[in-house]
Design a protein around this ligand. Structure first.
Ligand code: OAD
Length: 229
């Protein structure tokens, strides 16, 4: 028998209790940094050292962090469901928790890519990407992340998966950034939808939607138990 399909859209809130800062909460990363100074192709052209430093710090925090109860609960869902996680996060905590199918919309901080050809992607050994480290074409390696103003190569794959959802979970995202925020529009009308977030974003005109105003580490295990029953 076909397993039911659970599609999960995660954002920075799921990793907050692992010690990784969100972007738009009070004390979030965009309080301390200007997006246009560190997360755009123009910033990289203007001041690559600053951009590299910003992402080196992010990488260091990610390597020191551990998956939390919410990441683990999503792994448990696989005992009963066909689960795909679509994450906006650039950390690898879903993979380290043990989730089998993870799509990174905004890239992965543990990898670098060629400045010349984005399809050339490499593992980074440790926390530091250094100036002078080059791809096989000879261009400086940059973080393997999607910057503002760049396209999101995985969005079509993600949208197609959303159309197959029987259950759709939205965890720890302000839904402030497109095209990721538009994925909910691809989810079938009759699918059960849950938002788990202590300050859940406003979502209009979506059927079968339940809002659980809780932190991920308690809210996600509860939903997981409920679905598995
Ligand atoms: P945001 O910082 O915009 O939103 C974080 C969400 O997590 C908010 O809705 C919080 O209420 C919620 N939150 C905080 N703590 C939580 C907890 N313990 N449990 C559950 N939820 C919690 O982060 P994102 O929505 O992920 O993109 O941001 C989307 C994109 O904007 C990021 O991928 C990044 C950023 O700029 C790029 O850099 C391209």
């Amino acid at each position: 028998m076909r397993k039911q399909k659970v599609v999960v859209l995660t954002g920075a809130g799921i990793s907050a209790e692992s010690g990784l800062k969100t972007f738009r909460d009070a004390d979030g990363l965009w309080e301390g940094y200007d997006i246009y100074e560190v997360a755009t192709p123009e910033a990289w052209n203007r001041n690559p050292a600053l951009v590299r430093e910003f992402y080196n710090m992010r990488r260091k925090s990610v390597l020191e962090a551990q998956p939390n109860a919410a990441h683990m609960a999503l792994v448990n869902l696989e005992t009963k469901f066909d689960v795909t996680i679509i994450t906006q996060n650039i950390d690898d905590l879903h993979e380290r928790a043990g989730s089998s199918n993870v799509i990174h919309l905004h890239g992965l901080i543990t990898k670098s890519q060629s400045s010349q050809n984005p399809l050339l992607v490499y593992d980074i050994d440790g926390w530091e990407l250094k100036m002078g480290e080059r791809c096989e074409l000879g261009s400086q390696l940059r973080p393997h992340v999607v910057w503002f103003g760049e396209s999101v190569p995985m969005i079509e794959t993600a949208a197609k998966i959303c159309t197959q959802a029987d259950v759709f979970l939205i965890i720890g995202t302000s839904l402030a950034v497109y095209p990721a925020a538009g994925l909910i529009d691809f989810v079938p009308h009759d699918a059960d939808k849950y938002v788990i977030d202590p300050n859940s974003p406003t979502i209009h005109s979506i059927s079968n939607l339940k809002i659980i105003k809780e932190k991920a580490s308690t809210g996600v295990p509860k939903i997981m138990q409920q679905l598995i029953k």
